[in-house]
Design a protein around this ligand. Structure first.
Ligand code: SF4
Length: 336
């Protein structure tokens, strides 16, 4: 059984464990020439100790640009893989390699090859929540910020295979009005659990609140419907990537905001705009994979130099092309 944080900190008896933990993490990070990156859905103490906090793509770009020789990626496995794809010469560690993603797992490279065989000539657009093997079979990756722009960049008469998230796919189809866009029926169990009726109920109880909605959420369609019907003023409905939520939090004049995404996001939003009352549409929307990166796991990663993330050279080279095309199109930030 993994040691608890308190057990890990036994040598520091007599010292405030939180501060001892922070000091030890900082000391080891310096010693290892490591930069600490934390996704917006990480535990608050992990977000607070990181050198950089953000969405998956922004963190991967920081990883690639960093002078540090080691990247400690506090997020889920596909994110650490993306960092390795963009920075193959660096050592990339994830504090717990079991931190997967139900959305990334909803399609394998074999399944994608079969789907491509059914639609020869189609352009494959994959959301960044995919494994390196799936990215290697992809023409262009996208984030939730630039998914619409990526699909618009493809000639109108060419078929598009969009994967793996059905809710983001539905959003892109609605925005582009494209009939030749085929959508993989994948979903994230956390986002799919944030549903329309719950959103409608919360919006009715908080008529002045802005709604910040991640397009992967099961409620994204409902939010647009509520706005279309005039039940919620359309100016209050904002479909945003997690990175854009932080930007919008600093810009909005609303006094309260309902947030429809994983609840770890609330920590960053409250830090960005402490005067606003942020609350979750569904306060049970917590990703168990993200929460595997505990303070003890981070300490172990630094002490033992693991778990190291590997992507074979050929897969990385093919996947890099798809990721770089994503970076060239539309907004630079985004992702989950
Ligand atoms: S919240 Fe969903 S999409 Fe994000 S890492 Fe967890 S399982 Fe994957």
């Amino acid at each position: 059984m993994a040691a608890t944080l308190e057990e890990d900190l036994t040598p520091y008896t007599g010292v405030d464990p939180d501060s001892a933990w922070r000091d030890e993490v900082r000391r080891l990070a310096k010693e290892r020439d490591a930069v600490l990156l934390a996704h917006n859905y990480q535990l608050p103490e992990i977000q607070d100790i990181a050198d950089h906090t953000g969405d998956s793509l922004a963190l991967s770009r920081i990883a690639a640009a960093s002078d540090a020789s080691t990247i400690i990626f506090c997020g889920v496995h596909f994110m650490a893989e993306t960092a390795k794809i963009l920075a193959p010469e660096k050592t990339v560690l994830i504090p717990d390699a079991r931190a997967g993603c139900s959305l990334a797992d909803s399609i394998t490279a074999d399944q994608l090859r079969e789907w491509k065989a059914e639609h020869p000539g189609a352009v494959v657009v994959s959301y960044v929540n995919t494994t390196a093997d799936v990215k290697a079979e992809t023409d262009i990756c996208c984030t939730s910020s630039n998914a619409v722009d990526v699909v618009r960049s493809i000639p109108a008469d060419q078929e598009v295979l969009f994967l793996p998230d059905q809710f983001l796919g539905a959003h892109v189809k609605r925005e582009t009005g494209r009939d030749n866009l085929h959508i993989w029926a994948g979903e994230c169990h956390v986002h799919a659990g944030i549903n329309g009726p719950e959103l409608a109920e919360r919006a009715a109880a908080n008529p002045d609140a802005d709604l910040f909605i991640h397009p992967e959420c099961g409620c994204a369609t409902s939010a647009l419907y509520l706005a279309g019907e005039g039940i919620v003023p359309s100016a209050q409905v904002k479909i945003l990537s997690t990175g854009d939520m932080v930007t919008q939090a600093r810009a909005t004049s609303a006094k309260s905001v309902l947030v429809a995404t994983e609840i770890g996001m609330l920590h960053q939003l409250r830090r960005a705009a402490p005067e606003i009352e942020f609350s979750a549409v569904n306060d049970r929307a917590s990703c168990r994979y993200m929460k595997m990166i505990t303070p003890a796991a981070l300490l172990r990663a630094l002490r033992e130099n693991k778990d190291e993330v590997h992507v074979d050279v050929e897969t990385a080279a093919r996947a890099r092309g798809a990721v770089q095309r994503m970076i060239e199109i539309g907004k630079p930030g985004g992702g989950e």
